[in-house]
Design a protein around this ligand. Structure first.
Ligand SMILES: Nc1ncnc2c1ncn2[C@@H]1O[C@H](COP(=O)(O)OP(=O)(O)OP(=O)(O)O)[C@@H](O)[C@H]1O
Length: 194
């Protein structure tokens, strides 16, 4: 069942962020949410994750769905290693060897046992991305996951993601249309709804 947002209205105080906003998000596809800063992209995904209330409208298709996320911040346990950060969300059925193999695919094998606080920003970002991918969720939500990565790393991560998210329901917030295209996204420009 697709995710259907019907006539959503969301206000912060007197400020209306969404007014009768409707959108269908296809299951098994990548949907890229775009639009100027402040247009409500993060608010919308926080609503979908159940972290933010809305004033009016109805959202269907999220019942009993497990969502995993990369927020704008990495939200890792800084004193724990990459392996431990990921194994916490994977559960016992995923072996350390499997996690290590995924880390190796995006250049993190050497650093996998170091506390993540000793890793660079770009490395932490990749750990957060793998954690999200390996969490065995029904829906993946990314809030600007590739922001701040250098071009080479970005390319590698996109290649990795394309393989991993094939056939999955993914919602990605991005300012980069090329990134959206490379991930074969259906592009939704929130500015067009106002
Ligand atoms: N908790 C809050 N209380 C009041 N206003 C808020 C709150 N969260 C967001 N806003 C406002 O809602 C609007 C939408 O914010 P949001 O973060 O969803 O935008 P965005 O499109 O994700 O922006 P960016 O691209 O910069 O991340 C902004 O004007 C913001 O200031």
């Amino acid at each position: 069942m697709n995710i259907n947002i019907n006539n959503l209205t969301k206000k912060y105080g007197k400020k209306k962020i969404f007014k009768n906003f409707s959108l269908e998000i296809e299951v098994g596809k990548v949907t890229a949410l775009m639009g100027k800063s402040g247009f409500g992209k993060t608010t919308l995904i926080r609503i979908l994750m159940g972290l933010e209330k809305y004033d009016e409208g109805k959202i269907t298709g999220l019942e009993n769905q497990k969502i995993s996320t990369v927020f704008q911040e990495d939200r890792l346990c800084e004193n724990l290693s990459a392996i431990t950060n990921i194994s916490i969300v994977c559960g016992k059925e995923t072996s350390i060897r499997e996690i290590s193999a995924e880390l190796e695919k995006i250049g993190l094998k050497e650093s996998q046992n170091k506390p993540v606080k000793t890793l660079s920003g770009g490395m932490k970002r990749r750990v957060a991305i793998i954690r999200c991918i390996m969490a065995k969720s029904d829906i993946i939500i990314f809030d600007e996951p590739l922001k701040g990565l250098d071009e080479t790393t970005k390319k590698n991560v996109i290649r990795y993601l394309k393989e991993k998210i094939r056939g999955k329901t993914v919602i990605i917030v991005t300012h980069d249309i090329e990134e959206a295209r490379q991930l074969d996204s259906t592009i939704v420009n929130l500015e067009k709804f106002n």
